[in-house]
Design a binder for this molecule. Structure first.
Ligand code: CAA
Length: 391
Protein backbone atom coordinates (compact mmCIF):
# COMPACT_ATOMS: atom_id res chain seq x y z
CA UNK A 1 0.00 0.00 0.00
CA UNK A 2 1.54 3.40 -0.89
CA UNK A 3 2.33 5.41 2.24
CA UNK A 4 -0.05 8.22 1.26
CA UNK A 5 -3.06 5.92 1.65
CA UNK A 6 -1.74 4.05 4.70
CA UNK A 7 -4.03 3.53 7.68
CA UNK A 8 -3.02 2.06 10.99
CA UNK A 9 -1.94 2.68 14.56
CA UNK A 10 -1.18 6.34 15.13
CA UNK A 11 -0.73 6.09 18.91
CA UNK A 12 -0.55 3.22 21.38
CA UNK A 13 -0.88 3.46 25.15
CA UNK A 14 -0.96 0.70 27.76
CA UNK A 15 -2.27 0.55 31.34
CA UNK A 16 -2.44 -2.14 33.96
CA UNK A 17 -3.56 -2.66 37.53
CA UNK A 18 -2.68 -1.35 40.97
CA UNK A 19 -1.38 -4.70 42.22
CA UNK A 20 0.90 -7.52 41.11
CA UNK A 21 1.34 -11.11 42.31
CA UNK A 22 4.77 -12.66 41.66
CA UNK A 23 4.58 -16.24 40.45
CA UNK A 24 7.08 -17.10 43.18
CA UNK A 25 4.35 -16.25 45.71
CA UNK A 26 1.83 -18.48 43.94
CA UNK A 27 4.42 -21.27 43.79
CA UNK A 28 5.07 -20.82 47.52
CA UNK A 29 1.36 -21.39 48.15
CA UNK A 30 0.74 -24.38 45.89
CA UNK A 31 4.15 -26.07 46.02
CA UNK A 32 4.83 -25.78 42.29
CA UNK A 33 8.48 -25.89 41.25
CA UNK A 34 9.10 -22.26 40.20
CA UNK A 35 10.78 -23.35 36.95
CA UNK A 36 7.37 -24.44 35.69
CA UNK A 37 6.17 -20.84 35.89
CA UNK A 38 9.34 -18.94 34.99
CA UNK A 39 10.44 -21.31 32.21
CA UNK A 40 7.59 -23.74 31.49
CA UNK A 41 4.93 -21.10 30.83
CA UNK A 42 7.30 -18.10 30.71
CA UNK A 43 5.60 -15.99 33.37
CA UNK A 44 7.23 -13.95 36.13
CA UNK A 45 4.24 -12.19 37.68
CA UNK A 46 0.65 -11.21 36.97
CA UNK A 47 -1.32 -8.00 37.35
CA UNK A 48 -4.19 -8.15 39.84
CA UNK A 49 -6.99 -5.56 39.85
CA UNK A 50 -7.83 -3.67 43.03
CA UNK A 51 -11.38 -3.71 44.41
CA UNK A 52 -12.04 -0.37 42.69
CA UNK A 53 -10.59 -1.30 39.28
CA UNK A 54 -12.29 -2.91 36.31
CA UNK A 55 -12.09 -2.88 32.50
CA UNK A 56 -13.51 0.65 32.41
CA UNK A 57 -10.94 2.18 34.76
CA UNK A 58 -8.06 0.41 32.99
CA UNK A 59 -9.44 1.35 29.57
CA UNK A 60 -9.81 5.00 30.56
CA UNK A 61 -6.28 5.02 32.02
CA UNK A 62 -4.89 3.66 28.74
CA UNK A 63 -6.88 6.05 26.54
CA UNK A 64 -6.50 9.30 28.54
CA UNK A 65 -2.90 10.01 27.40
CA UNK A 66 -3.97 9.55 23.76
CA UNK A 67 -6.76 12.11 24.10
CA UNK A 68 -4.39 14.44 25.99
CA UNK A 69 -1.87 14.27 23.13
CA UNK A 70 -4.14 14.41 20.10
CA UNK A 71 -7.37 16.00 21.33
CA UNK A 72 -10.75 14.49 20.55
CA UNK A 73 -11.85 16.62 17.60
CA UNK A 74 -11.35 13.90 15.00
CA UNK A 75 -12.49 10.94 17.11
CA UNK A 76 -15.99 10.02 15.93
CA UNK A 77 -15.96 6.37 16.99
CA UNK A 78 -14.89 4.49 20.12
CA UNK A 79 -14.72 0.69 19.88
CA UNK A 80 -14.27 -1.09 23.21
CA UNK A 81 -13.16 -4.73 22.98
CA UNK A 82 -13.46 -6.97 26.02
CA UNK A 83 -14.44 -10.40 27.23
CA UNK A 84 -14.68 -9.23 30.87
CA UNK A 85 -17.75 -7.15 30.19
CA UNK A 86 -19.42 -5.36 33.12
CA UNK A 87 -22.91 -5.12 31.61
CA UNK A 88 -24.96 -7.23 29.21
CA UNK A 89 -26.44 -4.18 27.50
CA UNK A 90 -24.43 -0.98 27.95
CA UNK A 91 -21.02 -0.71 26.30
CA UNK A 92 -18.10 -0.22 28.68
CA UNK A 93 -16.97 2.26 26.04
CA UNK A 94 -19.75 4.68 26.98
CA UNK A 95 -18.32 4.97 30.51
CA UNK A 96 -14.86 5.59 29.05
CA UNK A 97 -16.32 8.16 26.64
CA UNK A 98 -17.83 9.96 29.63
CA UNK A 99 -14.72 9.73 31.86
CA UNK A 100 -12.60 11.19 29.05
CA UNK A 101 -15.09 13.93 28.19
CA UNK A 102 -15.31 12.92 24.51
CA UNK A 103 -17.72 14.82 22.24
CA UNK A 104 -21.34 13.65 22.18
CA UNK A 105 -21.13 13.38 18.36
CA UNK A 106 -19.43 9.98 18.73
CA UNK A 107 -20.55 6.39 18.08
CA UNK A 108 -19.52 3.97 20.84
CA UNK A 109 -19.83 0.20 20.81
CA UNK A 110 -18.46 -2.88 22.61
CA UNK A 111 -17.18 -5.93 20.70
CA UNK A 112 -16.71 -9.52 21.83
CA UNK A 113 -15.07 -12.65 20.48
CA UNK A 114 -12.78 -13.75 23.31
CA UNK A 115 -9.19 -12.50 22.90
CA UNK A 116 -9.75 -11.76 19.19
CA UNK A 117 -12.00 -8.75 19.99
CA UNK A 118 -9.13 -6.22 19.99
CA UNK A 119 -8.15 -7.21 16.47
CA UNK A 120 -11.77 -7.08 15.28
CA UNK A 121 -11.92 -3.55 16.71
CA UNK A 122 -8.69 -2.56 14.95
CA UNK A 123 -9.86 -3.92 11.58
CA UNK A 124 -13.32 -2.33 11.87
CA UNK A 125 -11.63 0.96 12.78
CA UNK A 126 -9.48 0.76 9.67
CA UNK A 127 -12.64 0.28 7.59
CA UNK A 128 -14.18 3.42 9.08
CA UNK A 129 -11.06 5.51 8.44
CA UNK A 130 -10.89 4.17 4.89
CA UNK A 131 -14.38 5.60 4.36
CA UNK A 132 -13.42 9.03 5.72
CA UNK A 133 -9.69 9.64 6.15
CA UNK A 134 -10.24 12.74 8.32
CA UNK A 135 -11.76 10.65 11.09
CA UNK A 136 -9.89 8.85 13.85
CA UNK A 137 -11.14 5.84 15.80
CA UNK A 138 -10.25 5.18 19.43
CA UNK A 139 -9.86 1.44 19.98
CA UNK A 140 -9.73 0.26 23.59
CA UNK A 141 -8.95 -3.38 24.42
CA UNK A 142 -9.28 -4.03 28.15
CA UNK A 143 -9.54 -7.30 30.05
CA UNK A 144 -9.16 -9.08 33.36
CA UNK A 145 -8.18 -12.71 32.98
CA UNK A 146 -9.60 -14.70 35.87
CA UNK A 147 -9.64 -18.46 36.51
CA UNK A 148 -10.70 -20.44 39.56
CA UNK A 149 -8.31 -20.46 42.53
CA UNK A 150 -6.14 -23.56 42.67
CA UNK A 151 -6.99 -24.50 39.06
CA UNK A 152 -4.31 -25.00 36.34
CA UNK A 153 -5.44 -21.73 34.72
CA UNK A 154 -4.66 -19.70 37.87
CA UNK A 155 -1.04 -19.12 36.87
CA UNK A 156 -2.16 -17.64 33.53
CA UNK A 157 -4.25 -14.77 34.92
CA UNK A 158 -3.47 -11.07 34.47
CA UNK A 159 -5.07 -7.76 33.49
CA UNK A 160 -4.30 -4.80 31.24
CA UNK A 161 -5.70 -2.36 28.71
CA UNK A 162 -4.30 -1.07 25.44
CA UNK A 163 -5.70 1.99 23.69
CA UNK A 164 -4.92 2.63 20.03
CA UNK A 165 -5.70 5.66 17.94
CA UNK A 166 -6.43 4.43 14.41
CA UNK A 167 -5.86 7.02 11.73
CA UNK A 168 -4.68 7.74 8.19
CA UNK A 169 -0.94 8.26 7.75
CA UNK A 170 -0.20 6.64 11.13
CA UNK A 171 2.86 7.54 13.17
CA UNK A 172 3.52 4.00 14.47
CA UNK A 173 2.35 1.07 12.32
CA UNK A 174 0.70 0.87 8.89
CA UNK A 175 -1.69 -2.07 8.84
CA UNK A 176 -1.70 -3.94 5.54
CA UNK A 177 -4.05 -6.01 3.46
CA UNK A 178 -4.57 -8.94 3.18
CA UNK A 179 -5.61 -10.73 6.34
CA UNK A 180 -5.65 -14.50 6.81
CA UNK A 181 -8.85 -15.57 8.57
CA UNK A 182 -10.02 -18.69 10.41
CA UNK A 183 -13.12 -19.57 12.42
CA UNK A 184 -14.18 -22.90 13.90
CA UNK A 185 -16.80 -23.75 16.54
CA UNK A 186 -14.83 -25.29 19.43
CA UNK A 187 -15.17 -25.25 23.25
CA UNK A 188 -11.57 -24.69 24.38
CA UNK A 189 -12.22 -21.71 26.65
CA UNK A 190 -15.47 -19.95 27.51
CA UNK A 191 -17.23 -18.06 30.30
CA UNK A 192 -20.97 -18.57 30.77
CA UNK A 193 -22.87 -15.43 31.83
CA UNK A 194 -23.32 -16.75 35.37
CA UNK A 195 -19.58 -17.18 36.03
CA UNK A 196 -16.88 -14.69 37.06
CA UNK A 197 -14.02 -17.00 36.16
CA UNK A 198 -13.43 -18.59 32.77
CA UNK A 199 -13.66 -22.31 32.07
CA UNK A 200 -10.97 -23.91 29.97
CA UNK A 201 -9.72 -27.18 28.57
CA UNK A 202 -6.05 -26.23 28.81
CA UNK A 203 -4.51 -28.86 26.58
CA UNK A 204 -7.27 -28.57 23.97
CA UNK A 205 -6.91 -24.76 23.99
CA UNK A 206 -3.23 -25.00 23.06
CA UNK A 207 -3.94 -27.55 20.32
CA UNK A 208 -6.67 -25.47 18.71
CA UNK A 209 -4.62 -22.27 19.03
CA UNK A 210 -1.86 -23.97 17.00
CA UNK A 211 -4.38 -25.23 14.42
CA UNK A 212 -5.68 -21.68 14.14
CA UNK A 213 -2.15 -20.33 13.54
CA UNK A 214 -1.69 -22.80 10.71
CA UNK A 215 -5.09 -22.14 9.15
CA UNK A 216 -4.95 -18.35 9.39
CA UNK A 217 -1.45 -18.40 7.86
CA UNK A 218 -2.65 -20.68 5.04
CA UNK A 219 -5.45 -18.25 4.21
CA UNK A 220 -3.00 -15.32 4.46
CA UNK A 221 -0.71 -16.83 1.86
CA UNK A 222 -3.66 -17.79 -0.38
CA UNK A 223 -4.77 -14.16 -0.22
CA UNK A 224 -1.35 -13.07 -1.53
CA UNK A 225 0.35 -12.11 1.75
CA UNK A 226 4.06 -11.67 2.40
CA UNK A 227 6.44 -14.60 2.70
CA UNK A 228 7.57 -15.66 6.17
CA UNK A 229 11.15 -14.45 5.62
CA UNK A 230 10.04 -10.85 5.15
CA UNK A 231 8.92 -10.43 8.78
CA UNK A 232 11.25 -8.97 11.37
CA UNK A 233 9.11 -10.02 14.38
CA UNK A 234 5.76 -11.63 15.22
CA UNK A 235 3.23 -10.36 17.77
CA UNK A 236 1.24 -13.38 18.86
CA UNK A 237 -1.64 -13.46 21.30
CA UNK A 238 0.11 -14.40 24.55
CA UNK A 239 -2.06 -16.16 27.17
CA UNK A 240 1.37 -16.93 28.67
CA UNK A 241 4.57 -15.94 26.89
CA UNK A 242 5.69 -19.50 26.15
CA UNK A 243 2.65 -19.75 23.87
CA UNK A 244 4.25 -17.27 21.45
CA UNK A 245 7.27 -19.59 21.15
CA UNK A 246 5.02 -22.63 20.64
CA UNK A 247 3.02 -20.76 18.00
CA UNK A 248 6.05 -19.57 16.08
CA UNK A 249 7.66 -23.00 16.20
CA UNK A 250 4.44 -24.41 14.76
CA UNK A 251 4.34 -21.75 12.03
CA UNK A 252 7.95 -22.49 11.03
CA UNK A 253 7.14 -26.21 10.88
CA UNK A 254 4.04 -25.52 8.81
CA UNK A 255 6.18 -23.56 6.34
CA UNK A 256 8.75 -26.36 6.17
CA UNK A 257 11.51 -24.62 8.16
CA UNK A 258 13.70 -26.13 10.85
CA UNK A 259 12.66 -25.16 14.34
CA UNK A 260 15.88 -23.37 15.16
CA UNK A 261 15.42 -22.03 18.73
CA UNK A 262 17.53 -18.91 18.16
CA UNK A 263 15.44 -18.04 15.09
CA UNK A 264 12.26 -18.42 17.18
CA UNK A 265 13.76 -16.26 19.92
CA UNK A 266 14.66 -13.49 17.45
CA UNK A 267 11.11 -13.48 16.11
CA UNK A 268 9.19 -13.34 19.39
CA UNK A 269 11.35 -12.65 22.44
CA UNK A 270 11.15 -8.85 22.24
CA UNK A 271 7.35 -9.03 22.15
CA UNK A 272 7.14 -10.87 25.48
CA UNK A 273 8.66 -8.34 27.91
CA UNK A 274 5.37 -6.79 29.09
CA UNK A 275 3.21 -9.94 28.93
CA UNK A 276 5.79 -11.84 30.99
CA UNK A 277 5.19 -9.55 33.98
CA UNK A 278 1.52 -8.62 33.36
CA UNK A 279 0.09 -12.03 32.43
CA UNK A 280 -2.85 -12.69 30.15
CA UNK A 281 -4.80 -9.59 29.17
CA UNK A 282 -7.00 -11.34 26.58
CA UNK A 283 -7.96 -8.69 23.95
CA UNK A 284 -4.99 -6.47 24.83
CA UNK A 285 -2.35 -9.20 24.82
CA UNK A 286 -1.09 -9.11 21.21
CA UNK A 287 -0.92 -5.30 21.35
CA UNK A 288 1.02 -5.34 24.62
CA UNK A 289 3.37 -7.50 22.56
CA UNK A 290 3.56 -4.77 19.93
CA UNK A 291 4.17 -2.10 22.58
CA UNK A 292 7.01 -4.14 24.09
CA UNK A 293 8.55 -4.69 20.66
CA UNK A 294 8.44 -1.04 19.63
CA UNK A 295 9.58 0.18 23.07
CA UNK A 296 12.73 -1.90 23.22
CA UNK A 297 13.84 -2.96 19.75
CA UNK A 298 16.47 -1.29 17.63
CA UNK A 299 15.09 0.95 14.91
CA UNK A 300 12.35 -1.03 13.12
CA UNK A 301 11.30 1.71 10.69
CA UNK A 302 10.11 0.21 7.42
CA UNK A 303 10.20 -3.35 8.78
CA UNK A 304 7.17 -5.67 8.49
CA UNK A 305 5.78 -7.20 11.68
CA UNK A 306 3.38 -10.18 11.70
CA UNK A 307 0.34 -10.27 13.99
CA UNK A 308 -1.51 -13.40 15.02
CA UNK A 309 -4.65 -12.78 17.00
CA UNK A 310 -6.41 -15.78 18.54
CA UNK A 311 -9.72 -15.74 20.39
CA UNK A 312 -10.96 -19.02 21.84
CA UNK A 313 -14.15 -20.44 20.58
CA UNK A 314 -12.53 -19.70 18.07
CA UNK A 315 -11.51 -16.97 15.61
CA UNK A 316 -8.00 -16.15 14.41
CA UNK A 317 -6.50 -13.58 12.08
CA UNK A 318 -2.99 -13.18 10.69
CA UNK A 319 -2.02 -9.83 9.22
CA UNK A 320 1.01 -7.63 8.68
CA UNK A 321 1.94 -4.12 9.70
CA UNK A 322 4.92 -2.01 8.62
CA UNK A 323 6.59 0.17 11.20
CA UNK A 324 6.39 3.85 10.21
CA UNK A 325 9.46 6.07 9.73
CA UNK A 326 10.17 8.21 12.81
CA UNK A 327 7.94 6.04 15.04
CA UNK A 328 10.34 6.25 17.97
CA UNK A 329 9.48 9.90 18.56
CA UNK A 330 5.88 8.88 19.33
CA UNK A 331 6.43 5.99 21.75
CA UNK A 332 5.35 5.96 25.38
CA UNK A 333 8.14 3.75 26.66
CA UNK A 334 8.69 5.44 30.03
CA UNK A 335 4.94 5.62 30.78
CA UNK A 336 4.63 1.89 30.02
CA UNK A 337 7.56 1.04 32.30
CA UNK A 338 6.07 3.26 35.00
CA UNK A 339 2.64 1.53 34.73
CA UNK A 340 4.36 -1.81 35.31
CA UNK A 341 6.85 -0.68 37.95
CA UNK A 342 4.35 1.27 40.07
CA UNK A 343 2.27 -1.83 40.87
CA UNK A 344 2.25 -2.81 44.52
CA UNK A 345 3.17 -6.40 45.34
CA UNK A 346 0.50 -8.54 47.03
CA UNK A 347 1.09 -11.39 49.43
CA UNK A 348 -0.87 -14.56 48.79
CA UNK A 349 -3.59 -13.87 51.38
CA UNK A 350 -4.33 -10.39 49.98
CA UNK A 351 -4.46 -11.77 46.42
CA UNK A 352 -6.85 -14.52 47.48
CA UNK A 353 -9.12 -12.06 49.24
CA UNK A 354 -9.31 -9.88 46.10
CA UNK A 355 -9.92 -12.94 43.94
CA UNK A 356 -12.80 -14.12 46.12
CA UNK A 357 -14.38 -10.67 46.31
CA UNK A 358 -17.51 -10.08 44.28
CA UNK A 359 -19.59 -6.94 43.87
CA UNK A 360 -22.91 -6.78 45.75
CA UNK A 361 -25.97 -7.62 43.65
CA UNK A 362 -28.76 -6.33 45.94
CA UNK A 363 -29.14 -2.94 44.26
CA UNK A 364 -28.21 -1.08 47.48
CA UNK A 365 -25.80 1.81 47.93
CA UNK A 366 -22.32 0.33 48.33
CA UNK A 367 -19.14 2.42 48.32
CA UNK A 368 -16.19 0.42 46.92
CA UNK A 369 -13.04 0.33 49.10
CA UNK A 370 -10.51 2.84 47.88
CA UNK A 371 -7.40 0.87 46.96
CA UNK A 372 -6.24 2.45 43.70
CA UNK A 373 -4.01 5.48 43.34
CA UNK A 374 -4.55 5.95 39.59
CA UNK A 375 -6.61 8.51 37.69
CA UNK A 376 -9.86 6.52 37.46
CA UNK A 377 -11.71 4.36 39.95
CA UNK A 378 -14.95 2.54 40.51
CA UNK A 379 -16.31 4.54 43.45
CA UNK A 380 -19.60 2.79 44.24
CA UNK A 381 -22.47 0.61 43.22
CA UNK A 382 -25.75 2.42 43.58
CA UNK A 383 -29.12 1.06 42.50
CA UNK A 384 -27.42 -1.57 40.30
CA UNK A 385 -25.35 1.17 38.61
CA UNK A 386 -21.55 1.46 38.55
CA UNK A 387 -20.43 4.93 39.68
CA UNK A 388 -16.98 5.94 38.39
CA UNK A 389 -14.84 8.91 39.33
CA UNK A 390 -11.88 10.68 37.82
CA UNK A 391 -9.34 12.05 40.24
N1 CAA B 1 10.80 -26.40 34.85
C1 CAA B 1 10.60 -26.02 33.56
N2 CAA B 1 9.47 -26.34 32.87
C2 CAA B 1 8.52 -27.05 33.50
C3 CAA B 1 8.67 -27.48 34.84
C4 CAA B 1 9.88 -27.13 35.52
N3 CAA B 1 10.07 -27.47 36.79
N4 CAA B 1 7.56 -28.16 35.18
C5 CAA B 1 6.74 -28.18 34.10
N5 CAA B 1 7.31 -27.50 33.09
C6 CAA B 1 6.77 -27.21 31.75
C7 CAA B 1 6.02 -28.37 31.13
O1 CAA B 1 6.91 -29.28 30.52
C8 CAA B 1 5.15 -27.63 30.14
O2 CAA B 1 5.92 -27.26 29.03
P1 CAA B 1 5.42 -27.62 27.53
O3 CAA B 1 4.06 -26.99 27.38
O4 CAA B 1 6.45 -27.00 26.67
O5 CAA B 1 5.37 -29.11 27.47
C9 CAA B 1 4.82 -26.32 30.87
O6 CAA B 1 5.76 -26.21 31.92
C10 CAA B 1 3.42 -26.31 31.48
O7 CAA B 1 3.26 -27.48 32.20
P2 CAA B 1 1.85 -28.25 32.23
O8 CAA B 1 1.31 -28.41 30.84
O9 CAA B 1 2.00 -29.45 33.06
O10 CAA B 1 0.99 -27.13 33.00
P3 CAA B 1 -0.51 -27.11 33.43
O11 CAA B 1 -1.14 -28.44 33.45
O12 CAA B 1 -0.52 -26.34 34.71
O13 CAA B 1 -1.24 -26.27 32.29
C11 CAA B 1 -1.86 -24.43 30.95
C12 CAA B 1 -0.70 -25.15 31.64
C13 CAA B 1 -2.60 -25.39 30.03
C14 CAA B 1 -1.30 -23.28 30.16
C15 CAA B 1 -2.84 -23.91 32.06
O14 CAA B 1 -2.20 -22.94 32.82
C16 CAA B 1 -4.13 -23.35 31.49
O15 CAA B 1 -5.10 -24.09 31.31
N6 CAA B 1 -4.18 -22.01 31.24
C17 CAA B 1 -5.37 -21.37 30.66
C18 CAA B 1 -5.59 -21.74 29.22
C19 CAA B 1 -4.62 -21.09 28.26
O16 CAA B 1 -3.95 -20.11 28.56
N7 CAA B 1 -4.58 -21.63 27.05
C20 CAA B 1 -3.75 -21.09 25.99
C21 CAA B 1 -4.38 -21.25 24.62
S1 CAA B 1 -6.04 -20.59 24.59
C22 CAA B 1 -5.82 -18.89 24.35
O17 CAA B 1 -4.77 -18.46 24.00
C23 CAA B 1 -6.97 -17.98 24.66
C24 CAA B 1 -6.78 -17.40 26.01
O18 CAA B 1 -6.25 -16.31 26.14
C25 CAA B 1 -7.24 -18.14 27.16
Amino acid sequence: MPSDCAIGIHDLSCATTEFVLPHATLAGHNGTEIGKYHVGIGQQSMSVPAADEDVVTMGAAAAAPIVARHGADRIRTVVFATESSIDQAKSAGVYVHSLLGLPSATRVVELKQACYGGTAALQFAIGLVLRDRRQQVLVVASDISKYDLDSPGESTQGAAAVAMLVAADPALVRIEEPSGLFTVDVMDFWRPNYRDAALVDGEESITVYLQAVESAWKDYTEQGGRSLDEFTAFCYHQPFTKMAYKAHRHLLNTCGYDTDESRIGRAVERTTAYNRVIGNSYTASAYLGLAALLDQADDLAGRPVGFLSYGSGSVAEFFAGTVAPGYREHLRTSAHREAIDRRRTLDYAAYRELHERSLPTDGGDHPVPQQTTGAFRLAALRGHKRIYERR
